[in-house]
Design a protein around this ligand. Sequence first.
Ligand SMILES: CC(C)(COP(=O)(O)OP(=O)(O)OC[C@H]1O[C@@H](n2cnc3c(N)ncnc32)[C@H](O)[C@@H]1OP(=O)(O)O)[C@@H](O)C(=O)NCCC(=O)NCCS
Length: 186
Amino acid sequence: MIELRETTIKDRKNTYNWLYYSDFSDYLNKLEGITKETIPSYEYYKKEEYMDYFFDCSQPEKGRAYIIVCKNNGEIGDIGIISYTSFHLSDKITEFDIWLKGLDYTGHGFGTQAIQRLASLVKEMGYEKIIMRPSKHNKRAIKSYQKAGFVEEDLEPENYYRSEYVPKFSEGDYGPGGDVFMVLNL
Ligand SMILES: CC(C)(COP(=O)(O)OP(=O)(O)OC[C@H]1O[C@@H](n2cnc3c(N)ncnc32)[C@H](O)[C@@H]1OP(=O)(O)O)[C@@H](O)C(=O)NCCC(=O)NCCS
């Protein structure tokens, strides 16, 4: 059983460590071409990747993060983060990003449940489409997103990205042809 809880600024450092210093980080970093020497600093993460508004709800129209909380056999604990980001996308479209805090937590359905929860929240907010862009090598992520109802599409950037962001974002995080463009119609 998982629940989503609204984040506070205090959660940010944990989410950074889960992303860049957990037991799946080497694998994810390699997919993005990040080496031990080029792992983004926490300062960079705060300024350029996961800015304050994700954690303090100051600009929900741009994006918002949630901590995935697992309730299992009476035990409760934070096990990951999921967020939506919209500033770069056309009206009524948002993008999800998700990672759990370590490999032990993957493969139990928690990530898929978190995506389903956040999908119903953003639907209530008025969104009509969600996109996700995993690496084509990240089979576990692709499978999870499929289970949540996402389907692969050919990307037509101008149908999704605001025109000023097409050059920056249309290629995705993994270089040309490196990702799978997936869409959930709400
Ligand atoms: C991606 C992620 C959020 C998915 O959440 P999850 O809780 O692990 O997902 P689920 O357990 O619901 O589903 C994973 C599915 O992938 C399958 N799977 C695992 N490894 C696989 C592989 N190598 N090839 C194919 N399928 C695989 C699992 O069997 C499971 O399917 P099943 O339920 O039919 O058995 C989580 O694995 C994660 O945080 N991974 C590390 C960070 C990451 O990759 N983030 C995404 C960046 S885009």
